[in-house]
Design a binder for this molecule. Structure first.
Ligand code: DUC
Ligand code: ZN
Ligand code: ZN
Ligand code: ZN
Length: 491
């Protein structure tokens, strides 16, 4: 046969508009887009279905080793590894129509980055998803910045991730500036978790001193103002250095407005949000006992009024990427949410929720099915834009001749009630249990292989590929410098 696989008769949402055609696939790539293609060795009938680029989830925490990573407590915390492995994450992602991820390599204070990356490369290679990495920087020593960062860039890692909060992870302004300068010199994007460390610490201590320790006080410890302030500061320092950044997981309009202002001034600043900031609220954390921990992530879920404002920021294009920030901790067991006990104060409960499989169905249902965004916008938010911003395009994130044949076949009418079983992840719950969605992935194709059909995932562990990223235009500095003085000259 001329093709290994033909996807026939679907409504194809390419990332640049929608058209009805067949897709011819050979050697893992798309080689033809036309009507009435000849048969392939294998045929997927897509009549009545949408055909989308496989989802790109450019922000997820998978099998991430950490030392007290996502709790607010200082001091000696045992080393744990995120229980979502690359194999379970791949299964979950394929079940939800996602085919590539960008996940995180940690750095522990007092150590370099190269030893961790060697470990993490081995872990990731065991999965089925295609993957790239963001390198977290928590200890920007001269050796890390001058010697190690150029080496990870040479490996094809083009994004550095920094935290402006979390006890063992946060950077001072001085440290953040150093990372921005290093990124500029080496041609990397900087991604930023924007919340004010000192403000959250002060409020948390006051809450705990007042006996307000239940999960719902997590939201009280970090209101929108701490996110807005850190977003403003992250942008201002990036402007000073002339370094492109992406602000991660924007939860509220006032933070998004900082991004909009920066974009209006022509800065290379992008904003991401996640389904939790469109569907979950602080009230979800307000339930008896430990139950509220299931919804605890940072930034905190807000209110239904805020959801509408975040949608508006998506509609305006201020927020142009939607990721899961998948960071799962099981409710049961001893290493998950209850690592410090089931009556631990909110400060000691790990932050993060699982969402790899739920991301596309929730955004499609809340967005396209409910008429808030178009199908085209949905594809750009979940695949095309993240692929372009992360330097994975045109290989990933679009349906085009020459691109990898990564596809999600989507039934736009199918009504599904979300359950944990449907998520097919390693975590023992989903925060979206019982949510009704309209629209569901019925098949997933990764580089031409049908890896999911009707919910059944079939892929050999170890078949995921590392996606090396070269230099790319998106993240080139603007060349606009205060006083015309280049304090961070590029080689
Ligand atoms: N927020 C979370 O909720 N989990 C992981 C890291 C983060 O920033
Ligand atoms: Zn974060
Ligand atoms: Zn401001
Ligand atoms: Zn995250």
């Amino acid at each position: 046969a001329e093709y290994d696989l033909v996807v026939r008769g679907g409504e194809v949402a390419t990332g640049f508009g929608t058209t009805r055609c067949d897709i011819g696939i050979k050697g893992g790539r798309i080689v033809a887009l036309a009507e009435n293609l000849a048969d392939g060795a294998q045929v997927l009938e897509a009549g009545g279905l949408l055909v989308l680029p496989g989802g790109i989830d450019s922000h997820c925490h998978i099998e991430e080793p950490s030392r007290g990573g996502y709790v607010g407590t200082a001091g000696d915390v045992p080393v744990t590894v995120n229980e979502e492995s690359f194999v379970t994450a791949s299964t979950s992602a394929f079940a939800g129509g996602t085919t590539s991820v960008v996940c995180f390599v940690p750095q522990w204070k007092g150590e370099g980055i190269l030893p961790r990356i060697a470990d993490y490369e081995q872990r990731a290679a065991k999965g089925m998803l295609d993957y790239s990495f963001h390198q977290i920087i928590t200890d920007p020593t001269e050796d890390v910045l001058q010697r190690e960062v150029p080496q990870i860039v040479a490996k094809g890692i083009r994004s550095l991730k920094v935290f402006l909060t979390y006890e063992p992870l946060h950077l001072s302004d001085e440290e953040y500036l150093k990372v921005l300068v290093t990124a500029r010199k080496n041609g990397c994007l900087v991604t930023v978790h924007c919340e004010n460390y000192a403000a959250i610490k002060w409020r948390t201590e006051a809450l705990l001193a007042a006996g307000l320790t239940a999960p719902k006080y997590h939201a009280w410890s970090r209101p929108p103002v701490v996110e807005r302030e850190a977003t403003h500061r992250a942008i201002a320092l990036a402007e000073l250095v002339d370094q492109p950044i992406q602000v991660f997981h924007v939860s509220c309009a006032e933070a998004a407005e900082e991004i909009a202002r920066a974009q209006h001034r022509g800065l290379k600043v992008w904003g991401e949000t996640c389904p939790q900031y469109l569907t979950l609220t602080a009230a979800d954390m307000d339930r008896p006992g430990f139950g509220g921990a299931a919804f605890m992530c940072s930034p905190s879920p807000r209110t239904t009024e805020e959801h509408a404002r975040v949608w508006e920021m998506i509609r305006r294009g201020t927020l142009d990427v939607v990721t899961s920030d998948h960071c799962g901790f099981s409710m049961g067991g001893e290493d998950g949410k209850a690592v410090s006990g089931r009556d631990a104060p909110f400060r000691d409960i790990p932050n993060g929720i699982p969402g790899l499989a739920a991301r596309l169905p929730i955004l499609f249902s809340e967005g396209v099915s409910k008429g808030r965004i178009t199908l085209d916008e949905f594809v750009r938010l979940t695949a095309t834009n993240p692929a372009r911003l992360m330097g994975l395009a045109p290989r990933k994130g679009m349906i085009a001749v020459g691109a990898d044949a990564d596809l999600a076949l989507w039934d736009p009418k199918k009504q599904v009630t979300l359950t944990n079983a449907l998520m097919q992840h390693a975590i023992d719950y989903t925060p979206y249990e019982g949510m009704q969605v309209t629209g569901w992935p019925v098949a997933t194709v990764r580089r031409g292989a049908v890896v999911m059909r009707d919910g059944k995932v079939q892929a050999e562990p170890g078949t995921g590929q590392f996606l090396a990223r070269g230099p790319y235009d998106y993240i080139r500095p603007r060349g606009v410098l205060e006083n015309g003085f280049d304090a961070a000259p590029m080689p």
